[in-house]
Design a protein. Structure first.
Lengths: 86, 152
């Protein structure tokens, strides 16, 4: 299943940074019409690159779905970044 | 002597069951006991399937101006599987470029050797992976970098 939500935190949000929750589910719904338009372009790009377009799209979707559970947390005295995908 | 076996013998002594019936009951108990004993043994060795690859880096290098750095990443194993599948779709000419670039960086790596059919074997090997690296500044006796790679 593709990720449905995510959190991005840049800096210490209690002091001067911010924390943003991203509802990916809404994003996917908004991007769906664009994706439909992009399908022929992707298909042609795959044919030019001599890649099976169906396998390519399947692998990309699989990768998107596999992002669920990813977490990246970097911090030092001046900067902190947190990325969490649910 | 087990409680159930004692009960069977007591029933035999009380004349509630015959010797043949007692024999059959004890034989049935003996059949059940090894099966029951084998169950916990199998339970003690569950097949561990790692879900995430964790990389934790802690650096407290005093020469760095931005203070101690902490990196904590959690990468789903499923993403590694999907990545290998995607890598298999890279056209040969692009793969050669990648191999050449890696070779120039001193990493002799052949991407064509990564095949989806060997995928599970690669991920299974990663399951047992644990890397602990401690870099110490011997002059100042101060720990500088700690890297931990493991699966969970």
């Amino acid at each position: 299943m593709i990720p449905v939500a995510g959190t991005v935190r840049i800096g210490d949000y209690r002091v001067h940074g911010f924390r943003l929750s991203i509802p990916f589910l809404l994003l996917w719904i908004l991007l769906l019409p664009l994706l439909v338009l992009a399908v022929p372009v992707l298909f042609i790009a795959c044919l030019i690159a001599r890649v099976n377009p169906f396998k390519g799209v399947a692998a990309l979707l699989q990768m998107l779905a596999a992002l669920k559970g990813t977490r990246l947390d970097v911090e030092n005295d001046y900067f902190s970044l947190l990325l969490n995908i649910f | 002597m087990s409680e159930t076996r004692r009960q069977v013998l007591e029933m035999l002594a009380a004349g509630k069951i015959t010797a043949e019936e007692a024999d059959r009951l004890i034989a049935a108990l003996e059949r059940d006991i090894p099966a029951a004993a084998a169950q916990p043994e199998a339970g003690t060795r569950p097949s561990f399937k790692a879900k995430y690859l964790r990389v934790i880096v802690e650096s407290d290098d005093p020469n760095e101006s931005h203070g101690p750095v902490k990196v904590n990443t959690r990468v789903p194993m499923q993403l590694l599987r999907a990545g290998v599948k995607l890598a298999a779709l890279i056209p040969p000419q692009a793969r050669n470029h990648v191999d050449q670039a890696l070779h120039d960086q001193g990493i002799p790596f052949d991407m064509s050797q990564i095949k989806p059919e060997n995928l599970e074997e690669i991920v299974d090997q990663l399951t047992d992976l644990t890397v602990d690296v401690d870099v110490n500044d011997l002059d100042h006796k101060k720990q500088k970098v700690k890297v931990k790679v493991f699966c969970e």
